[in-house]
Design a protein around this ligand. Structure first.
Ligand code: AMP
Ligand code: ZN
Length: 110
């Protein structure tokens, strides 16, 4: 998608080290971390919102989420992690390519 920063990272146009990548998604460190460990899990397919997902997108995202527990230790998330998906302006969404924040590496405030 033209002008989408996460599509540009996916395509290597903007360099950002991928800490994990497979056929469906990649994981990068958030450039402005809100916790000791702050990653973004980004589906390779561009869509803006949960509301835009096809059934296939939903199945793919589910598969991506299922992988996270196996990846957690390698990402330094040994004692758990928090997932956040911001949706829309009130939630503070700034990048309109669906992504999942992964926070941890420390005890997080409630
Ligand atoms: P959201 O506010 O939910 O849309 O999240 C977008 C996130 O992308 C923010 O936490 C930003 O810090 C992060 N971000 C924006 N540009 C980059 C980048 N080039 N590399 C890594 N993270 C980024
Ligand atoms: Zn995109």
């Amino acid at each position: 998608m033209d002008g989408c920063i996460f599509c540009m990272i996916a395509g290597g146009v903007i360099p950002s080290p991928k800490v994990y990548e497979d056929e469906l998604m990649f994981i990068i460190s958030d450039i402005y971390p809100k916790a000791k460990k702050h990653y973004l899990m980004i589906p390779k397919k561009h869509y803006k919102l949960l509301a835009d997902m096809t059934e296939g997108d939903a199945a793919d995202l589910s598969r991506c989420l299922k992988k996270l527990p196996d990846l957690a230790e390698g990402l330094g998330l040994t004692n758990g992690f928090r997932l956040i998906i911001n949706q829309g302006t009130d939630a503070g969404q700034t990048v309109f390519h669906l992504h999942v924040h992964i926070l941890g590496g420390e005890e997080l405030p409630i």
